[in-house]
Design a protein around this ligand. Structure first.
Ligand SMILES: Nc1ncnc2c1ncn2[C@@H]1O[C@H](COP(=O)(O)OP(=O)(O)OP(=O)(O)O)[C@@H](O)[C@H]1O
Ligand SMILES: [Mg+2]
Length: 289
């Protein structure tokens, strides 16, 4: 397993004195789909902004491809690591959609045809092609989120960081974005780091989870290891995915014999049909006796 980005002892202090990172450590593995969870103010955005050098730490380091981030030229980092901001207003700068998505590739000094092909591709992926000529300020919130994602896709980075990309999107928008990210991750091997408050997405799409609390990463592991019981997450102001909450109630209150907590609809369906079959077999055996 290759480590794509290593975060070591990161401390960050904002100009007003807020200590937002208190010695955060994190390993991002090459090709993984990593979720970053944590309560509001736990330091997710601050940590993510260190991964492409937008923020500089007071101390600690970020290692990208075995080389410290400060040894890269900023343009090299932006080429490798793309970031979709939490607030689209922080990201969108050009007057129109097309110009905005073209902004990154233009700065990579690509030829016009290559730039336009990347812009068209990216807009098609986020289902916004017919908005190419639209003014940025006239987009709805969800549409502007999609354009932010298109802008990063057009850069074709090795790592994509997304800060709550699905907040404010309708269910179709969420599905579209998750499908794009899954394809990029599974088919093209792009490493994805995804900060979110939507815990339900995590076991369906992500390989691993890192949980932040008060400026540090307090837990790292697979969704199965992280989402074992609601009590453990309560102190971190987090919840189990809804399906797991239901299965936990069935296990603890209704005393159904559930071994490992199902986290997705598919896993729950499997577990429940197993239980129903068992129940039917017991009843059937009873009626034969
Ligand atoms: N520009 C800033 N200046 C001063 N303090 C800041 C700044 N940005 C963030 N903070 C503070 O740093 C801490 C971490 O904030 P951060 O935005 O990283 O949290 P977060 O986990 O992304 O939260 P959310 O879930 O609300 O997006 C908070 O206490 C916040 O108030
Ligand atoms: Mg944030």
């Amino acid at each position: 397993m290759t480590i794509k980005i290593k975060v070591e002892g990161l401390i960050h202090k904002y100009p007003d004195g807020t200590r937002a990172l208190m010695g955060a450590n994190l390993d991002v593995r090459e090709g993984e789909f990593l979720a970053i969870l944590g309560a509001n103010g736990s330091g997710k955005t601050t940590l993510l902004k260190h991964l492409n050098g937008l923020l500089k730490p007071v101390s600690g380091s970020v290692i990208l491809d075995s080389k410290t981030l400060s040894a890269f030229k900023p343009s090299e980092v932006f080429r490798k690591v793309g970031m979709v901001f939490q607030d689209p207003n922080d990201q969108l700068i050009a007057p129109t959609v097309e110009e905005d998505v073209a902004f990154g590739p233009t700065n990579l000094n690509l030829g016009y045809d290559e730039i336009m092909s990347r812009v068209n591709n990216a807009l098609e992926l986020v289902k916004m092609k017919e908005f190419a000529k639209k003014a940025i300020h006239a987009l709805s919130y969800g549409q502007s989120k999609r354009i932010c994602i298109a802008g990063i896709l057009a850069m074709q980075p090795e790592v994509i960081i997304l800060d709550e990309p699905t907040s404010g999107l309708d269910p179709d928008g969420v599905k579209t974005i998750m499908k794009i990210l899954n394809d990029l991750n599974k088919k093209q091997g792009i490493t994805i780091i995804f900060a979110t408050n939507s815990v339900d997405l995590v076991p369906v799409h992500m390989d691993r989870v890192a949980i932040m609390d008060k400026g540090i990463v307090v837990q790292e592991g697979t969704p199965e290891r992280i989402f074992t019981d609601s009590k453990k997450l309560e102190g971190l102001k987090l919840e189990l995915p809804l399906i797991a909450q239901l299965m936990e109630v069935l296990r603890d209150k209704e005393k159904l014999p559930i071994n490992s907590l199902p986290l997705t609809i598919g896993q729950a369906k499997h577990e429940l049909s197993h239980l129903f079959n068992r129940e039917n077999n017991i009843q059937h055996a009873g009626s034969i006796e």
